[in-house]
Write a protein that binds this ligand. Structure first.
Ligand SMILES: Cc1ncc(COP(=O)(O)O)c(C=O)c1O
Length: 386
């Protein structure tokens, strides 16, 4: 792993010397970009940590390298071996890039709600893609996690990566992404806003920032229909965030506050980021920016809010960017009411569904945007293995 991500340092080979040993040395050290038009009228400074600048186009490149480095150290992955991953796409891309460089085979099992762009991307890096149905129970042999488990048993020399359970996931964000944000803001960051998929980013970065300054507020941006923020489970369209269970890699105690965002607002905000800021990002970044705008309405000019820009909009050119109304999204005072996107065709939660977690004590009705305070911290939802 590159030394700036906590890996070993080899002379003449690190990106800091001006020559990269491989594309893998370009993972991390992403820019922090100040929002302009989308922060109009807000006193606080809004900054996007632009993880789409990683070579695989997402924050998951960092995680892929960390998982592989640990597997190599532990002897779980040996030369010529096969990486098997159940993925919503981005982690698979990071793994496929690393596999190409390091000479591993890579098999990605992906639910069929994911965009065709993501599948083609994996295949372009030489990964084998296995598509499974989204709408099956978590314990169905057809679910993407169970299919990945089976393939990892059947294939010789296979190692099943598990970003939902491996502590190396939040750890790389604690050791690298968090320190980058702290140093880029020279310690002025006062809040982090991020979506939760595995919870790796929010847990690792959030914990690091709070360790530097306990006054930092961590805000979880969650799609309507996700039970993470206490909503009643129902389908949503934004990929990569939200869920119906709390992964082992998610430290829910780090979240001070939840802000829930509709598909419509998320995707309209993502379109506005491209058209008004020149930032081509995915729907989950739209969710985080929409949540940050709402949160920042309460803040002052002393506040610096860092928003996770998890992935590139190039992954979604055939999905929500293709639905774009001819006259484009408007940037009126309320993003929620603008644009022509219809969320009626939502296809389902990004992860596995389960009846047991669809009803949760204390869950709010999901009608309309809502803001929730921190939960008790107890793990109210069952944590399942993957
Ligand atoms: C597009 C996208 N956004 C956000 C996230 C959230 O990151 P994390 O898994 O660290 O919670 C993910 C995770 O897969 C993602 O794919």
């Amino acid at each position: 792993m590159p030394s700036h991500l906590g890996g070993s340092s080899e002379p003449g080979g690190d990106a800091t010397s001006g020559v990269c040993r491989s594309i893998l040395d370009t993972v991390g050290r992403t820019p922090l970009i100040r929002l302009g038009a989308l922060a109009d009228g807000l006193a606080a400074t809004l900054l996007i940590k632009l993880e789409s600048e990683n070579p695989g186009g997402s924050v998951k490149d960092r995680v892929a390298l960390a998982l592989i480095a640990k597997a190599e150290r532990q002897g779980d992955l040996s030369p010529g071996g096969t990486i098997v991953e159940a993925t919503a796409g981005n982690t698979g891309t990071g793994l496929a890039i690393a596999a190409a460089v390091k000479g591993y085979k890579c098999v990605c099992v992906i639910p069929d709600k994911m965009s065709v762009d993501k599948i083609r991307l994996l295949q372009a890096y030489g990964a084998q893609v296995v598509v499974t149905p989204t709408h099956v129970p978590a314990d169905s042999p057809e679910s993407y996690h169970r299919v990945a488990d089976r393939l990892a048993c059947e294939l010789a020399g296979a190692w099943r990566s598990d970003q939902f359970a491996d502590p190396a996931n939040p750890a790389v964000h604690y050791s690298a992404t968090g320190p980058e944000i702290w140093s880029q803001t020279q310690g002025r960051v006062s809040a982090l806003v991020a979506g939760v998929g595995t919870g790796g980013v929010i847990s690792g970065v959030g914990r690091y920032l709070k360790d530097q300054n306990p006054a930092v507020t961590v805000v979880g941006a969650d799609p309507e229909g996700s039970t993470l923020s206490g909503d009643v489970l129902r389908p949503w369209k934004v990929e990569g965030i939200g869920g119906d269970f709390e992964p082992d890699t998610f430290d829910c105690d780090v979240v001070d506050r939840w802000i829930r965002v509709s598909d419509r607002e998320s995707l309209t905000t993502a379109r506005l980021l491209a058209r008004r800021e020149g930032l081509l990002v995915g729907g989950s970044t739209g969710t985080a920016v929409a949540a940050a705008r709402r949160y920042a309405a309460e803040l002052t000019s002393d506040d610096w809010v860092v928003i996770l820009g998890a992935d590139t909009g190039r992954n979604y050119l055939s999905t929500f960017f293709d639905d774009e109304p001819a006259d484009g999204p408007s940037a009126g005072p309320s993003v929620e009411s603008s644009g022509g996107f219809s969320a009626e065709s939502s296809t389902g939660p990004s992860g596995e569904s389960s009846a047991e977690s669809s009803v949760r004590p204390g869950a709010e009705s999901g009608a309309g945007p809502s803001v929730r305070r921190n939960r008790s911290g107890s793990r109210a939802l069952p944590t399942r293995g993957h």
